[in-house]
Design a binder for this molecule. Structure first.
Ligand SMILES: *[C@@H]1O[C@H](CO)[C@@H](O)[C@H](O)[C@H]1NC(C)=O
Ligand SMILES: *[C@@H]1O[C@H](CO)[C@@H](O)[C@H](O)[C@H]1NC(C)=O
Ligand SMILES: *[C@@H]1O[C@H](CO)[C@@H](O)[C@H](O)[C@H]1NC(C)=O
Ligand SMILES: *[C@@H]1O[C@H](CO)[C@@H](O)[C@H](O)[C@H]1NC(C)=O
Ligand SMILES: *[C@@H]1O[C@H](CO)[C@@H](O)[C@H](O)[C@H]1NC(C)=O
Ligand SMILES: *[C@@H]1O[C@H](CO)[C@@H](O)[C@H](O)[C@H]1NC(C)=O
Ligand SMILES: *[C@@H]1O[C@H](CO)[C@@H](O)[C@H](O)[C@H]1NC(C)=O
Ligand SMILES: *[C@@H]1O[C@H](CO)[C@@H](O)[C@H](O)[C@H]1NC(C)=O
Ligand SMILES: *[C@@H]1O[C@H](CO)[C@@H](O)[C@H](O)[C@H]1NC(C)=O
Ligand SMILES: *[C@@H]1O[C@H](CO)[C@@H](O)[C@H](O)[C@H]1NC(C)=O
Ligand SMILES: *[C@@H]1O[C@H](CO)[C@@H](O)[C@H](O)[C@H]1NC(C)=O
Ligand SMILES: *[C@@H]1O[C@H](CO)[C@@H](O)[C@H](O)[C@H]1NC(C)=O
Length: 773
């Protein structure tokens, strides 16, 4: 074997020699060409064409037909048209499978390497310490090991970017000697320990990011030396608070992000001289203070996130100066007073949810893009629900099933996961038509997308069981709360359905993403640094998590929170945060039935079935009998006699809803007449049953039907919204359900066990019979 290898390599060298001679237009010295060959081998780079001039911009050596984010360039610097040297190697988004080449040292003029988003493993070679590198970018690989202390010798080094890898260990104190360093980006690695004291000397720093690591200790006060700093990101880094007061001296800062500090309660850090701030994030930093007035003078602010602290007092009047901000998050504080008018008027993604603001009772949970959910006071947190439109619960609920981010699906043939396809948003409250709502806070930072999507779609082609639940999922950039209300008090089992659908499972950089987030049930942390992919053992795999929730005030809260952990730039920038596929909540107790009994015997079942059969005959009998009757004009009087829980609609309303009974809206035709789909002016989708004048359905039955169905409130039955009687027209207005839902509803019914349900069955069959007549 060695002989073949050596033969091959001598052939290779001979070939190289030959080609270098042949293309003597190549002004690159031989040793640099050879070095490139070795580098290619170590990196796993196969498309460098050594028959062509590496400095000539030929295919393989330069970016041709660039795909977004992908770059492929070897750049040379030539003097006097006689000799060239490689100064830069940029290989981005190529899934290179090798490791970092120590052979770079053989390119003595090399200033820049950029291996962003590949699949390189191994560690950073200490040999690089002898080079004159200016830019080192290794973003988004699978590098391990620590940063070699030798890098501290690269006096030219300006940019050291190693984000989204698995580097570990303590930062070498030698890095504190770098005289030209501008940027140190260490986000999303596994670094430990404290920042070396020598870092006090990094006075040339402009950009320092250390989020998502395992650092310990406090944020050192010596950062005050970094007076040129423009950007500082310390999110989910492991450091504890408080934020050192020396930060006040960093007056050039435009982008300051500190979040999820472990530590004691702290005052608001002194930022009054940071007049150029565009982005200010102090999230979950345990700040107990009123909002400082001077923030209102930071008129360049575009994003202000002070969520999840313990801020008190009112929003200062000076804050009107922030009306150019695109996003403001005050979520989860203890702010009081009235919500300023200018905020409600401008209404641009200002999230005020979960505070203690007073609000007019007329106001809903959301006004324009201002999320006010849980914002109004009234003591004992009852404000959280007082903004809900249907605060007066129509009935008690004993469960809730949501297909988060997806359409309604039925699982196991008996559980309906409700539709949850509202697009969500950075400051959004959404209330379902049943007993749940969600409150969504936060936008995805630094992504290049013009608008964020808060619903993720499965990128994998793997087939999953219950795929209906996992095709799409709801995403959050900061905090997402699902809120159940009108629940009967008691213990419930909360089942959370997760599957990682964003990352791939191949040998590409897209598989290197890490998603970590926290989950709270009833304000209790139940999952910390939860990683779906790790827990499920891969992507596109279901993982279910069960919790017991004690409901004492008819409400249930499930909160998903991004604590600054995980990668934020794989496969593209702005991919991070919680992802939830579906939620089931089922009672740990047997829901009581309408008449108080909670279980029934076989005898009762038999009785019910017999009763149903009897009723069917009775109804058919009635139908026959009804044929003999004529419609009378006393209809309206009869209707008045009923204690209807439904509304009367005008013919004009129904004509508007169905586009004057447009044939295009017709969704069915029975013996009695036609069924139309329509949309009421408030957006409610309805089905209109038009009883033709030829119909044999008589007045009395019409009245009966309305009375009977309107009294019913059962999740499996089509709801009657009301009726319309004008002139010759008899119209029934129902809740609109998708195809076959009625049949399904009828089928599911036999599993229910109460006299109330018996009543439902009877009326449903009656309905059905009407369809057949
Ligand atoms: C390599 O470069 C040579 C010289 O430019 C060219 O003739 C040849 O077609 C190239 N090979 C490939 C695979 O592109
Ligand atoms: C380049 O040419 C200039 C004069 O034309 C000469 O002074 C210089 O030494 C040359 N540099 C090299 C590296 O050959
Ligand atoms: C370093 O990277 C920056 C940004 O990509 C670039 O503008 C600069 O020219 C690079 N410096 C060198 C010496 O290659
Ligand atoms: C890097 O990956 C290659 C190929 O998968 C493997 O053979 C090698 O052991 C890995 N090296 C390290 C240091 O993990
Ligand atoms: C370092 O990177 C930044 C940002 O890409 C760039 O603007 C700057 O020019 C780089 N520094 C040097 C010395 O190349
Ligand atoms: C990070 O380091 C800790 C020990 O310091 C280790 O237990 C953990 O597995 C590492 N995490 C990763 C993702 O490498
Ligand atoms: C930086 O900070 C340290 C400790 O806080 C201090 O002793 C030193 O004088 C400061 N200045 C420089 C230029 O290092
Ligand atoms: C936060 O601090 C507490 C006590 O100070 C400690 O027990 C806990 O481990 C810390 N958590 C982290 C993530 O450092
Ligand atoms: C909320 O405001 C009400 C009335 O203004 C007050 O009684 C209550 O203590 C406040 N709650 C909190 C948590 O600040
Ligand atoms: C209901 O009770 C839970 C704890 O059982 C609490 O976290 C929540 O804030 C309460 N909600 C309301 C609206 O009172
Ligand atoms: C729904 O069906 C599944 C399997 O078909 C069964 O295990 C489960 O008990 C059923 N649930 C109810 C509430 O009937
Ligand atoms: C409800 O759950 C709590 C906590 O798990 C438990 O202490 C309590 O006994 C349960 N109550 C009932 C009625 O099961």
């Amino acid at each position: 074997m060695p002989s073949i290898n050596s033969l091959l390599s001598s052939l290779l060298i001979a070939f190289t020699f030959f080609t270098t001679l042949t293309f003597s237009a190549t002004l690159l010295p031989n040793n640099e060409v050879e070095a490139l060959e070795e580098i290619a081998k170590t990196l796993g780079k196969t498309d460098w064409n050594f028959s062509a001039d590496p400095c000539g911009g030929e295919w393989g050596w330069a970016t041709k037909n660039p795909v977004k984010g992908s770059e492929n360039a070897v750049t040379c610097s030539c003097t006097n048209n006689t000799v060239c040297h490689v100064v830069s190697i940029v290989l981005k988004t190529q899934n290179l499978p090798g490791s970092l080449p120590p052979e770079l040292v053989k390119l003595p003029y090399l200033q820049e390497i950029d291996f962003t988003r590949n699949y390189l493993n191994g560690s950073i070679p200490p040999e690089w310490g002898t080079m004159q590198l200016v830019n080192i970018s290794l973003i988004g690989n699978q590098l391990t090991g620590s940063i070699p202390k030798e890098l501290g010798n690269i006096s030219t080094l300006a940019n050291l970017t190693v984000e989204f890898n698995q580097l570990s260990g303590v930062l070498p104190q030698e890095l504190g000697n770098l005289p030209s360093i501008e940027r140190i980006l260490l986000t999303s690695n596994n670094f430990t320990g404290e920042l070396p004291q020598t870092f006090a000397g990094l006075t040339t720093l402009k950009d320092f990011r250390v989020g998502d690591n395992q650092f310990t200790g406090k944020i050192p006060n010596f950062i005050q030396n970094w007076t040129k700093l423009e950007k500082l990101v310390i999110q989910g880094s492991g450091f504890s608070g408080p934020i050192p007061s020396g930060i006040a001296l960093l007056t050039k800062i435009t982008d300051l992000r500190i979040s999820d500090l472990n530590g004691t309660e702290a005052t608001f850090p002194p930022l009054s001289d940071m007049r150029d701030l565009k982005t200010l994030i102090l999230r979950s930093c345990n700040i107990v203070d009123p909002l400082p007035d001077y923030l209102g003078e930071m008129t360049k602010l575009k994003t202000l996130d002070l969520s999840f602290n313990k801020l008190t007092g009112e929003i200062p009047s000076s804050f009107v100066g922030l009306s150019n901000a695109d996003y403001m998050y005050f979520t989860g504080n203890m702010l009081t007073g009235a919500v300023p008018d200018w905020m409600l008027k401008r209404g641009d993604n200002y999230d005020l949810s979960y505070n203690n603001f007073t609000s007019e009772s007329s106001r809903g949970c959301q006004e324009r893009s201002v999320n006010l959910f849980g914002s109004s006071s009234g003591g004992n947190n009852s404000g959280i629900v007082s903004c809900l439109r249907s605060f007066n619960c129509p009935k008690k609920f004993y469960s809730m099933h949501i297909n988060c981010g997806g359409k309604e699906v039925i699982v196991d043939g008996n559980t309906t996961y409700e539709d949850d396809t509202d697009s969500g948003g950075p400051s959004k409250f959404y209330q379902s038509r049943t007993n749940w709502a969600f409150s969504s806070t936060g936008h995805f930072m630094d992504d290049d997308r013009p608008t964020d999507s808060f619903i993720g779609t499965n990128v994998s082609r793997l087939i999953m069981e219950n795929s209906g639940l996992y095709t799409t999922a709801r995403l959050s950039a900061l905090s997402l709360t699902y809120y159940g209300f009108c629940l009967e008090n008691g213990n419930y089992t909360v089942k959370l359905h997760f599957a990682e659908i964003t990352f791939t499972d191949d040998k590409t950089y897209s598989s290197l993403g890490r998603r970590l987030f926290d989950v709270y049930v009833q304000d209790k942390l139940v999952l910390k640094d939860f990683n779906i992919e790790d827990e499920a053992g891969g992507v596109s795999k279901e993982i279910l998590k069960y919790f017991t929730a004690v409901v004492t005030n008819n409400t249930l809260e499930i909160r998903f929170y991004w604590a600054g952990k995980g990668t934020t730039g794989i496969p593209v920038r702005g991919v991070y945060g919680p992802l939830i596929s579906a939620i089931s909540v089922d009672p740990d107790f047997i829901p009581p039935t309408e008449n108080g009994s909670s279980s029934i015997s076989v005898g009762v079942v038999v009785g019910i079935v017999a009763g149903v059969i009897l009723l069917v005959f009775l109804l058919i009998g009635i139908l026959w009998w009804r044929d003999c009757l004529r419609r009378k004009d006393t209809l309206e009087q009869e209707l008045k006699g009923l204690d209807l829980q439904t509304g009367l609609f005008t013919l004009r309303q129904i004509k508007a809803a169905t586009n004057n009974f447009d044939a295009a809206n017709k969704i069915g035709e029975g013996g009695f007449g036609s069924v139309y789909k329509g949309v009421l002016s408030d957006g409610t989708i309805i089905a209109v049953k038009q009883l033709s004048s030829k119909s044999k359905q008589g007045n009395r039955e019409f009245v009966n039907e309305i009375g009977m169905i309107s009294a019913l409130q059962h999740p499996h039955l089509v709801k009657l919204y009301g009726c319309c009687i004008e002139g010759n027209q008899l119209l029934l207005i129902y809740e609109y359900m998708e195809n076959n839902s009625l049949a399904r509803a009828l089928f599911g019914l036999f599993f229910f066990t109460s006299a109330y349900v018996l009543y439902s069955i009877a009326s449903a069959i009656k309905l059905h019979v009407y369809e057949l007549v």
